[in-house]
Design a protein around this ligand. Structure first.
Ligand code: PLP
Length: 385
């Protein structure tokens, strides 16, 4: 009866603004063109400033996983003792990446929906000999966000030489990050909270991280080697690998949008909207899988109401038919709920329409909800000063 329009409300890729798509559709240009090189440098310097990085910002074509691999390749040798904290699917991916490099990988696991705590990490590190620590800022499979600032500061105070690596793929661009807290490598990518299309990963390396790479000598990889990319990040008229030029232009446009909004405003918006969504969907029986203090501002796992026997595939298909694409859950939450992405450049309209489509999906699935019950809460929240 209605023409189709779909909102992509998954934890990346996200809906992309027209001006960003416009940049993507522009004529390809030479990667060594001085104008392009100047643009590239501006993107890097904006990105470095955003994270307060005292070392080098890398922008390389590839997904977030490439960033994970690049961080590990430039910090872990075969005999290095490494600790990986896993809060779910992507933490487990980091364990796999590290185990391919080192024989001495130790693991800490959180329960699904929780985060490994500072106390657990301190206890493990106290065993001694650890050189690199890997953590996930926001675990996309559970919607749990670790307390990055206090955890990193706490560890840094006791272990001044430990290299601290953070997978920030689902957080960077939506949550405050300050590398001066003691972070050595932070990595993210373009298709999540930065609001651009998939294609580039971003990696920020502190002076300590660059120094560690130098001390490793030659590494096995070439594509992800910091030393190969460093001259290009200083001056992109130099050639190492052809950059994804249009993707860089698109990221530049995405950064312009972020700066116009203001980073602080952007972080605050993500926090408030995540809370609004949780409150409004609670009115129709959906519970967020994480405790309130761990809830991520970018992605939420909403569990189906207990005892209703909702068929997950049917529910998400109904939501899709009603115009909102949701993601399935993983691990312990598989089949028990859906994941809703709420990151980057959504508007009030996007959020209201998403909740409305979820309500219609509930009605279609015979959940017996009051039409407008979630929307009523959302509208109140949105208009409260
Ligand atoms: C999406 C995601 C990744 C992987 O990114 P790809 O671009 O799919 O390689 C890694 N870590 C986290 C936390 C993510 O959310």
């Amino acid at each position: 009866m209605f023409p189709e329009e779909k909102l992509l409300m998954i934890p990346g890729p996200v809906p992309v603004k027209d001006s960003i798509l416009g940049a993507l559709a522009s004529e390809a240009r030479s990667h060594v063109d001085p104008n392009f090189a100047a643009y590239f440098q501006q993107v890097l310097s904006d990105m470095g400033e955003m994270m307060h990085c005292d070392g080098i910002t890398f922008l390389v074509a590839g997904g977030g996983t490439l960033g994970m691999e690049m961080a590990a390749a430039n910090s872990v040798s075969a005999d290095d003792k490494v600790l990986v904290c896993s809060n779910g699917y992507f933490g487990d991916r980091y364990i796999d990446i590290c185990k391919r490099r080192s024989r001495r990988v130790e693991e800490l696991h959180a329960k699904w929906g929780e985060c490994v705590t500072l106390e657990q990490i301190e206890e493990k590190l106290a065993e001694g000999g650890f050189e690199v620590l890997f953590m996930t800022h926001i675990e996309t499979s559970t919607g749990a966000m670790m307390d990055l600032e206090n955890t990193v500061k706490g560890i840094r105070a006791d272990y001044p030489d430990l290299l601290i690596v953070i997978d920030g793929v689902a957080a960077g661009g939506a949550v405050e990050v300050d590398m001066r807290w003691g972070i050595d490598i932070y990595l993210s990518c373009t298709q999540k909270a930065f609001g651009s299309v998939p294609g580039n990963m971003l990696l920020w390396a502190s002076k300590r991280a660059i120094e560690r790479r130098k001390n490793m000598g030659e590494i096995t990889e070439s594509y992800v080697d910091f030393e190969k990319w460093m001259p290009v990040m200083e001056d992109s008229r130099r050639y190492w690998v052809t950059p994804a030029v249009n993707n860089v232009l698109a990221l530049g446009e995405a950064i312009k949008i972020m700066k116009e909004e203001g980073y602080e405003n952007r972080y605050e918006r993500h926090k408030r909207v995540a809370a609004m969504l949780a409150e409004s969907l609670a009115a129709i029986g959906f519970e967020v899988a994480c405790a309130p203090e761990l809830r991520s501002p970018t992605v939420s796992v909403f569990l189906y109401p207990e005892g209703m026997n909702i068929d997950d595939n049917k529910f998400r298909k109904a939501a899709d038919d009603e115009g909102v694409t949701l993601a399935s859950c993983l691990g312990d939450f598989a089949g028990k709920g859906f994941r809703l992405g709420h990151m980057a450049n959504y508007t009030k309209h996007t959020i209201v329409s998403s909740v409305a489509a979820i309500e219609r999906a509930c009605i279609r699935c015979g959940m017996g909800i009051e039409p407008g019950a979630a929307l009523a809460v959302l509208q109140k929240e949105m208009t409260a000063v």
